[in-house]
Design a protein around this ligand. Structure first.
Ligand SMILES: [Fe+2]
Ligand SMILES: [Fe+2]
Length: 177
């Protein structure tokens, strides 16, 4: 017996006309939307805190004439900002509202905002933050599984970039050892 895959188009077409106000969220969306929105909003807070920390480090490093390191910080700040945008966009797609409220930002974020006094301290704090992000995003990817492939893919894409960031910071730290 051959295993045939057939789409029940009639049912799908019928269902698509129901709850149109839900946008891309259809009745086969099997994730717990509130949980997904909470994960997305906490990740958004994380990315915003990371953006701010890298921004501060960029200006501080520039001030002490460490141009190469400053450039690296600036690039990371821009990428964290992009991650925040991706997450906010997904939150809206799922019918939620992105939380940009500055109050409580630090406590919603997974990673911490540590300023660091010296260049080496700044690099080390960024590495710590990246490693926290990597662990939390990896857990989130595992939790989402097949329940919401699009959100999972967003987290996977971001995770890959955080791994690059951690690698960059580890290299900078090694150069200074
Ligand atoms: Fe990020
Ligand atoms: Fe990062």
């Amino acid at each position: 017996m051959t295993d045939t895959f057939r789409l029940d188009l009639e049912t799908i077409r019928e269902r698509a006309r129901q709850h149109m106000d839900e946008g891309p969220v259809t009745s086969t969306y099997s994730a717990d939307r509130d949980t997904i929105l909470k994960l997305l909003n906490d990740a958004l807070a994380t990315e915003l805190v990371c953006t701010l920390r890298y921004k501060r480090h960029y200006f501080m490093a520039k001030g002490i004439n460490s141009e190469a390191v400053a450039d690296e910080f600036a690039q990371h700040a821009a990428e964290e900002q992009q991650h925040a945008d991706q997450l906010a966009q997904r939150i809206v797609q799922l019918g939620g509202s992105p939380d940009f409220a500055p109050a409580g930002l630090a406590s919603r974020a997974h990673s911490e905002y540590v300023e660091g006094e010296t260049l080496t301290e700044m690099i080390r704090e960024n590495l710590v933050a990246e490693r926290i992000a990597i662990d939390t995003y990896r857990e989130i990817v595992k939790y989402i599984g097949d329940k919401d492939p699009t959100t999972r893919r967003i987290f996977e894409e971001i995770l890959a970039v955080e791994e690059e960031h951690a690698d960059d910071m580890a290299d900078l730290l090694e150069e200074r050892a």
